[in-house]
Design a protein around this ligand. Structure first.
Ligand code: F6R
Length: 248
């Protein structure tokens, strides 16, 4: 099934469109299971969801799973993804923290932690909607180029380009962890629905590759073409290299 492409004028419109779809799911299914991402792109979506929650849309019965976590950082580290999620989203809402799951970057055994993460997703009945971002090298979560479509939650090495891109959040590039726990491509593709957000000119090329190119591990996001219900919500800049034939 081709990836559906929705083009919005601005990054604010992307956030509103994504939040409104998530809100629609929550209204229909208050105990929905949401998959979430960190990074710069979804920050405005989370702010919009916080606003909706404060205006009365309850998230108290939601369960959430995050894609990934730096290996070696615990949840109190300001650059950990657990810390990010607590601050950018969870703390501003009535989401129950014990219903939120971010892989534990300081687990004693990485393999056991990854297995437990997958088991928890299954025990919750699977993810209804997974919100994703995309790396400039085509990664989704920390599934870097070379990742297999049947990959599952695991400990991975980060590429130099991802370490360089993420160093903007750390004092020095050497402070960026070199490994992470990440949901696999198969883990993500088992979600009933997937929404990927991208904004800005620097994502234009990889977005076009993911939507229009042959699915291949050189661009892990291209495997989303194999999903039956995946939409990319893009601003005009990120959509600028996507052929008109894909616009919905
Ligand atoms: C984050 C994640 C990453 C980001 C990607 C884009 O949980 O899994 O794949 O979605 O690196 O990051 P931004 O949005 O900062 O460009």
């Amino acid at each position: 099934m081709p990836i559906q492409v929705k083009i919005c004028d601005t990054p604010d419109d992307v956030a509103r469109a994504a939040a409104s779809e998530i809100a629609g799911l929550v209204r229909q299914k208050p105990d929905a299971v949401l998959g979430l991402a960190t990074g710069s792109t979804p920050v405005k979506t989370y702010a919009e969801l916080v606003r909706m929650n404060q205006e009365g849309l309850s998230f108290s019965r939601l369960t959430t799973f995050n894609l990934d976590e730096y290996w070696g950082l615990d949840g109190t580290h300001p650059q950990s993804y657990r810390f990010f999620m607590n601050h950018a989203f969870f703390a501003g809402t009535d989401i129950q923290l014990w219903n939120t799951h971010v892989p534990n970057g300081t687990a004693v055994d990485a393999d056991l932690e990854c297995e437990a993460f997958e088991t928890r997703i299954r025990a919750c009945g699977g993810v209804d909607l997974w919100l994703l971002g995309i790396g400039r090298n085509g990664h989704i979560a920390f599934n870097e180029p070379g990742s297999a479509p049947d990959s599952r939650t695991r400990l991975v090495d980060l590429t130099k380009s991802t370490i360089a891109a993420n160093s903007r959040f750390f004092e020095r590039v050497d402070d960026v962890p070199k490994q992470a726990l990440t949901a696999g491509i198969a883990t993500i593709c088992e979600a009933k629905r997937i929404i990927l957000l991208a904004t800005g000119k620097d994502k234009a090329r990889v977005v076009a590759r993911a939507v229009q190119g042959v699915p291949h591990s050189s661009c892990p996001a291209s495997f989303l073409q194999t999903h039956s219900d995946c939409t990319f919500i893009l601003d005009r800049e990120a959509a600028s290299e996507v052929s008109a034939a894909f616009n919905s």
